[in-house]
Ligand binder design. Sequence first.
Ligand code: LAG
Ligand code: CA
Length: 496
Amino acid sequence: QWDPNFSTGRHSMVHLFEWKWVDIALECERFLGPNGFGGVQVSPPNENAIITSPFRPWWERYQPVSYHLVTRSGNESEFTDMVRRCNAAGVRIYVDAIINHMTGNSVQGAGTDGSSFDASAKSYPAVPYGPTDFNDATTCPTQSGSIEDYQDPIQVRNCQLSGLLDLNQGKDYVRQKLADYLNKLIGLGVAGFRIDASKHMWPADMKAILDKLDNLSVQHGFTANARPFVVQEVIDLGNEAITGSEYFGNGRVTEFRYGMNLGEVFRKVNNQKLSFIKNYGEGWGMYAGNTSLAFIDNHDNQRGHGAGGANILTFRVAKLYKMAQAFMLAWPYALTRVMSSYYWDQNMEGGSDKNDWIGPPNQDGNTLPVTIFPNGTCGNGWMCEHRWRQISNMVKFRNVVEGTTMTNWWDNTENQIAFSRGNKGFLAINNEDRALSATIATGLPAGQYCDVISGNKEGSSCTGKTITVSADGSVNLSISNTEEDPMVAIHADAKL
Ligand code: LAG
Ligand code: CA
């Protein structure tokens, strides 16, 4: 299903990576709800392996032990309370569902809920799964049991990804266990799923699992017969045997080229220029917007995992990052997801980060709370990009301009661009090494507007720049390249 089931007037989601459920509940009530966010992608809520070497990496949560809802983000009652409170605040919850595999193939011990498991015996009694529930030499054609050739779809689906024990979703028993887990979450009020490692499951098996899912919970405010939202994580850069389009029938697909190409454009690598993105999206060979999820970075590629490479923009290059986020949120393409990260010290050696495993801010493995400073930024190592004014105000912009098309494209043939969204909104970006100075059509009614990049509209005044749209709908813009944020955004709800 492609529709995120947002409540009315909301059009973007945020990934609160590694946040605790108690903090997400608070964030829905104090920030996300009031600021027009539609939903939250949460970290995997099911029991995972406890990895101690390295110490409690973020990626231990991608090694399931059972479907008990106990992790370092919280327990089942905290999860239940979070979903209820977020729904009440108008914010949906989407679960990162790890259903391709269980733990690494040689780990054993106890998971985050104390359940024992032994990967070498393919034994997960708390589900329970046993040896016959996994792919083996009869289904995976490689000697090693691992994926060796990404041009062979059978290997990619039936062999082990990164040495993770690969479930056989061809078996009805496995399908039912997975569906039971997802249905439990639906019963608690979640609105849908990000399906991890979707490329590594057969689209028909995925469909068989999704067909077993219940409708969304009417008690939690969903309309009758609403189906769970699905975004399938498929890394498809166009050079493998498997394409994301094989999965469109099941739901949306992650569009990894979106953030990768946009990173190159804003960094001006390979002679890329902002003026080239006037047909960004389908015009660049990406998936149709109504079947895709767009994002600038995700939890993998912001630390060199997954796909996208070194040009991915993250909070570390804040100026470019905010410009790219503003473009994405203003641009009429796809469903948009904003990343919200925690800080870690990088240790780059030979182009890769030796610290790419570091888990969330913690004390002895217990995740620290997200604290909020009086100015609205976050403490304890939480980056909270979604709270950066330039980003949260563009989430609001996207809500305001929903339903309009892109009009009045303007560029200087290089790295200065501007465009409107019908008569509702206007964005200009200067990524040049010199000032932008031009008179540009905005499509907006004449009047004074608050620039939501440099400030907020408070009452009838603006804490940032005031922008005047003249009688003919044009604006006389001058944006210095040395500004903290060399861009301007105005919209109908920011009229003074
Ligand atoms: C994903 N999408 O398809 C996730 O977005 C990604 O974060 C997951 O990998 C991956 N699929 C499997 O769910 C992450 C880390 C891996 C990590 C894995 C399992 O990127 O580095 O593998 O989670 O924890 C780790 C080690 C490997 C080892 C493996 C098994 O890094 O060296 O082979 O565990 O022991
Ligand atoms: Ca698989």
